[in-house]
Write a protein that binds this ligand. Sequence first.
Ligand code: FAD
Ligand code: MLT
Ligand code: ZN
Length: 496
Amino acid sequence: MWSARLWRYLQCSMKVTSERYCTSSARYPGMKRGNFSKVTEDDIKAFESLIPSRVVTDPQEIAPHNVDWLKMVRGSSQVLLKPKTTKEVSDILTYCNSRRLAVVPQGGNTGLVGGSVPVFDEIIVSTSLMNQVLSFDDVSGILICQAGCILEHLDNMMEDRGFIIPLDLGAKGSCHIGGNIATNAGGLRLLRYGSLHGSVLGLEVVLSDGTILDCLSSLQKNNTGYDVKQLFIGSEGTLGIITAASILVPSRPKAVNVAFLGCESFSDVLKTYQLARSMLGEILSAFEFLDDFSMNLVEMQLGLHNPISKQPFYVLLETSGSNSTHDEQKLDVFLEKVMAQNTAQDGTLATDLSKIRAVWDLRERIAEALMCCGAVYKYDLSLPLPKMYELVRHMREKLGDKVTNVVGYGHLGDGNLHLNFTTNHYSDEVLNLIEPCVYEWTANHRGSISAEHGLGLKKANYIHLSQSSSSVSLMKGIKQLLDPKGILNPYKVLPH
Ligand code: FAD
Ligand code: MLT
Ligand code: ZN
């Protein structure tokens, strides 16, 4: 299954890759390389002595680590380091800090805001070999693992023991838990389990000067001063390298059902959501939506099958509970009401695993389908629900035939819209029509310019649209305190 998916993705990718490539410094011409040292032969020797045989300088092997998942930004690093232990990460940062060498931490490199790859020649420190599960306690449900564990591997391991990782996303097969925490990823289960700020109980982090910060607590309650670990959740590699995490893992729900509904209008989607919250209450575990433009893409590009009649909008609603008879009864009553009130025009219920998977694919694989269309301009916004789809319409009208697709989908239950545009080839003109318009529209409607993907390189200069100047100035102070030489993921998050 995965290899077929991967192959299809590679085919799409190969078709357009060479056209999309553009170095970050060329795409952001105003940006200047910071005052960092350049890597020398002596530095390579020093790294070899710290992590023998895990210093990569072969340009071919480094190439995929220099380019982001969207193939929109590219750096030119010549060194990739693969530590296995916290001590090794500490030794690397102690050395880099003393030499003023810039570093970009990298997990699965699935980030969508250009944060995970170098902008110039920053050294890439990958967590790919830091993939050990350190402990799991069946009674408390507390998992402690290294930062480079792949999300899906952790979830499979938890499934065998009757537990579930409280985070799920389309990139689960390659993203690392450290990368998830560094981006404060939201994903498909946030509605049920809340954000990583709640599920992460403790972190171990290596600071820019090599200090190992031990906040690896496994306590659910610990009101002893400032909760320092929270600073690193969502800091996108700019304050420290996360090396291990302690996560509170819930029991895996025994009964999972998925309903897929078609709605005539976005206001019907909202009415369906309102009804779902009131009628399904505690068993509602996901409420996602996609528009017909998104559906066309997954059908055409990936050959997926829409199980219901064509409608302008679709809702994917999941329930998770402990008693399937109880949950199915509740869902039946809800579906009857939705149909009777005509808020949904068509629908289907998936209760067996393969059908549930097929329905989830329609939503989860939109990002992959978009990648088959050429250049993707990706936006991830928090907006008040009544305003959410207005922005999609506004931009569709504004861009007309300058773009090949304008699609809207997202985590509606979290107030999170994913707005994406495609063109056959990357175009500065199109980018300038979209930005800052999308961001300003969002700010004017009291939304956030990044709901879950972070700021990375691409959105750093727009931070002031979602944060007050006093907050940004405190953030700069924290960065200065923790990384006075600015070696950790420069040009990202804070305005450059
Ligand atoms: P990377 O991409 O390698 O890095 C991301 C950022 O974190 C970079 O700034 C990097 O420097 C930093 N970083 C990485 N590891 C560490 C570390 N150990 N310590 C400190 N900093 C580190 N995001 C969502 O929120 N919700 C979704 O539903 C979602 N779906 C996705 C679906 C697809 C198909 C794809 C491609 C991406 C999706 N994402 C989603 C984006 C998301 O941010 C990531 O997939 C994930 O959280 C990044 O993990 P990663 O290991 O790939 O990190
Ligand atoms: C999603 O929810 O599908 C992801 O955040 C990826 C995307 O925005 O395309
Ligand atoms: Zn998302």
